[in-house]
Design a protein around this ligand. Sequence first.
Ligand code: ATP
Ligand code: MG
Length: 723
Amino acid sequence: MDVTPILDQLNDAQRQAVTAPSEPALIIAGAGSGKTRVLVHRAAWLIDVEGISPHGLLAVTFTNKAAAEMRNRIESLLNVPVQHLWIGTFHGLAHRMLRRHWREAGLPQNFQIIDSDDQLRLIKRLLKNLEVDDSRWVPKEIQWFINGQKDEGLRPQHIDDDGDPNRRRLISFYQSYEEICHRGGLVDFAELLLRAHEVLRDNAELLEHYRRRFQHLLVDEFQDTNAIQYAWLRLLAGDKGVPFVVGDDDQSIYRWRGARVEHIHRFQKDFPGTHVVKLEQNYRSTQTILNAANSVIANNSSRMGKNLWTEGTEGEAIKVYSAYNERDEADFIIGRLRDWIAQGNARVDAALLYRSNAQSRVLEEGLVNARIPYRVYGGLRFFERAEIKDALAYLRLTSNRDDDSSFERVVNKPTRGIGARTVELMRSYARTNACSLWRAAGAIASDELNGRAANAVNAFMSLIERMVRETAGLELHDKVDHVIHLSALIGHFEKDKGEKGETRIENLAELVSAAKSFEPDPAEEMLPLDEFLSHAALEAGEGQADAWEDCVQLMTMHSAKGLEFPLVFMCGMEDGLFPHQRSVADPNGLEEERRLCYVGITRAMQSLYITHAEQRRLHGMDNFSQPSRFIAEIPSEHVEEIRPRVQVARPLRSSRPTQRRTAAAGAGNELGIRLGQRVRHKKFGDGVILNYEGQGAHARVEVNFETAGTKWLVLSYANLDLM
Ligand code: ATP
Ligand code: MG
């Protein structure tokens, strides 16, 4: 047997890990040291050499994209298709198990997955039903509480209220939320994991079956497993299973979502005799980038301690650019991207990473203007867009009439004369009779509503029934097309004038194409529509059609985990933004931010740019900030500061043309700006200059506006009229 492809291109330590005997193994290694590669080669080795059937392997990765990549790589190493390999995210695999064993799991066959928006809406409705003041009980906090408990594996009856009445109340909300989900056959993300654990724990036969089947459990990004995920793995492994997990304690970035890096230590206790392998040689980045990453992460305490090195080149310095605001930052990045593309590089090899999703907007604007194709991972993804969720809600109702969140979403969309009062009546009927809104609607339409309202409700219900009737037996995409058509959503969005409405209609068309290209998994024994709907909820846009088009990649640092790019920009490196304001006062929080920074730096293969802005408008607020403290943690010999370009600023307009002066680079007083000078601003009105500072493009003034109060403005953007 020729195993050259499997063992070739591995260093000694990697080869040792790949060919290790069938014993629990923990590969703990720094970024870019080949952990994911080892995992892939291990799977190929087990199948090819150890004769394990692909059917007997379970592999967990962090995203659906990574799972697809892993499957491809195993297939190309083995030169055979491995369809039966169970490979996916924890959520994806848990979902698959629940679909198979819905009965044992106590779920209806057509249970629906709800995403976090649906969940929040459900909680809001619950609070309303209970007549709870939602300023005192914040829905988001309740959602946080519920998911947090589920992540720890706890049901309401397991939680101790510690004699605290607030906590008791939260537990009772959790309880009521569970009842609603149970009634509607709704399953949220955290529930997928919790229930997948319970179904194995409580069904000895099933557990035995899966333990026998999956002797080998491969897990990537192990440092980010939470309690319930770990419990599921441990249960599945039992005494005889062989877990093979790879991770990096320095890249644990999901503590806020319940991930526990402590599982790395726990693993060695739970699986005595664990074979531990460390990898330190990096194959991804230049030595300069690694030195920077090593220096930053060295500021964290309680690390397992690793130091990355490479046989590769020293590489170019890390470039730091201080922009004066977020637009200047975007301009700079776009200029560099243009150069990069002009040199013949692929756009897809460049990534723009940011801490918070909202930062993408300005970057996107710049990219659109520069006509550089790009793709945003995360953020508002395809399946999360409002119009798509509307269409999916109709589809979901055709599959499950008791799906309350879908019912509420579209009962009056497009408007059909079902007012808030009617919906309120349905809710109260549903509450009193512990039934779904659909049933409530049927009941009140015949008993309680006046003629007009009753007709409207009946019309809605017959519309859904008509959808079911007319789409029976159709292919999935025809079904989707027909339901969209009957829903009259297109006509509804046509009324949105301009591009927005058009985009929405295009997106609906895109949904039909998505259904067309959707390939049901032959191993899943469920209806294609239900499978498609689950796919939509789970993948939330990861499978966009243009995923592999040559375009610049935009994503948060969190979603960049595990990926690599020749050119990386880390944008918005400012204290308060990154590290995030929430974390600066909390040492644990700060260390998690630093790990995230380490993740960001180690995505870069050849070139790394770090940018920050003195002033940034985000969420409608202007902030002045200091460069991120993480920048100062990079030794200066690895850094090259890039000076701002000479800025041609906009003219400072005067109300009297004869007095027009320009605010080209120069201090305020050269422009006739003096303390006490009266100025007029388009939005803020009249005011008096109190202060000014900075030079050139950075020059700013503090103005006391008569009605708007005191503000700092950047002179070149403020368009002040001198009075
Ligand atoms: P991360 O911590 O970011 O997930 P990782 O440890 O999983 O990183 P990989 O993505 O597996 O690292 O590998 C990083 C890069 O190095 C990849 O491009 C991979 O193909 C390459 N690589 C890994 N091992 C070797 C090797 N022995 N020879 C050549 N290239 C390698
Ligand atoms: Mg990896």
